[in-house]
Design a protein around this ligand. Structure first.
Ligand code: FPP
Length: 244
């Protein structure tokens, strides 16, 4: 399995070397970022969403093929109503913006998560992106909304059980095809800003062999330089996948 690809020439940002094919990010620390500035938590989410745009653009420019971000977990519904609605509105705004640019810029936008619980306008936008994705090849951004790793695994198991032919057995590749990430290679590098060293129910199946990069910096403060640092650290790791 090919895990990296070597860039043939320097990319637009002037970096050379190997970049992970798939980077996943837990966008943590928006609330604390806002608190430190005496702002409401919702302002942290606005700054976080804006930073998503900046970092996604950078990842595309340096040759990352897949970027997966954790935007809203199955547990995040427990937050205050105004915080939840702010995040939903931001997701709607950025989805709409993406829809306008996907075909022109060659960006696929895939939502990982149970969209049946999302506000209707958001679910409709997700349907529109599905339609556009059929016509687009290129950089793929997966946005996890109402996503939980355990929930994803249970839903996949249920669907497999419903659809299986009598007597059929299950193997890892077949099971992976029932996850939201069907067809997407596993993340090579998972980045978690915000100081916590937890997986938080993110890509549990897919991250079995991922390298984890933790930083205390808060998500809205994460810059292109931080992504470079994470990639350099990743590049220095020797990955053995259970071998010697
Ligand atoms: C975690 O920080 C962040 C979230 C639960 C929401 C992330 C949402 C966005 C960045 C906005 C929309 C995203 C896109 C893709 C447009 P936290 O609130 O848990 O921060 P804290 O740990 O400091 O409280």
């Amino acid at each position: 399995m090919k895990l990296f690809h070597r860039l043939k020439k320097q990319d637009m940002a002037g970096r050379a070397g190997r970049v992970p094919r798939h980077i996943a990010i837990i966008m943590d620390g928006n609330g604390r970022w806002a608190k430190r500035r005496g702002l409401p938590r919702t302002a942290g989410h606005s700054a976080g969403a804006e930073n998503f745009r900046r970092i996604a653009t950078y990842c595309k420019n340096i040759g990352v093929k897949y970027l997966t971000v954790y935007a809203f977990s199955t547990e995040n519904w427990k937050r205050a109503e105004d915080e939840v609605s702010t995040i939903m509105n931001l997701l709607g705004k950025y989805l709409l913006e993406a829809i306008e640019k996907m075909e022109r810029d060659g960006i696929k936008l895939v939502i990982f998560g149970d969209i049946t619980r999302l506000p209707r306008n958001l679910a409709e936008l997700v349907d529109v992106t599905r339609d556009i994705n059929k016509r687009v090849e290129g950089f793929q951004v997966n946005v996890c909304i109402n996503y939980g790793g355990r929930d994803e695994i249970i839903k996949a198991a249920e669907r497999w059980a419903r659809e299986k032919r009598p007597g059929s057995t299950l193997d890892e590749d077949t099971f992976a095809g029932y996850l939201y990430s069907a067809g997407v290679p596993d993340p090579d590098l998972v980045i978690r800003p915000g100081g916590e060293k937890r997986i938080s129910n993110f890509l549990l199946w897919q991250s079995a062999y991922a390298e984890y990069y933790f930083t205390d910096r808060l998500w809205p403060d994460i810059t292109e330089k931080d992504i470079d640092r994470a990639i350099e650290w990743f590049d220095s790791r020797e990955r053995r996948f259970g071998g010697i």
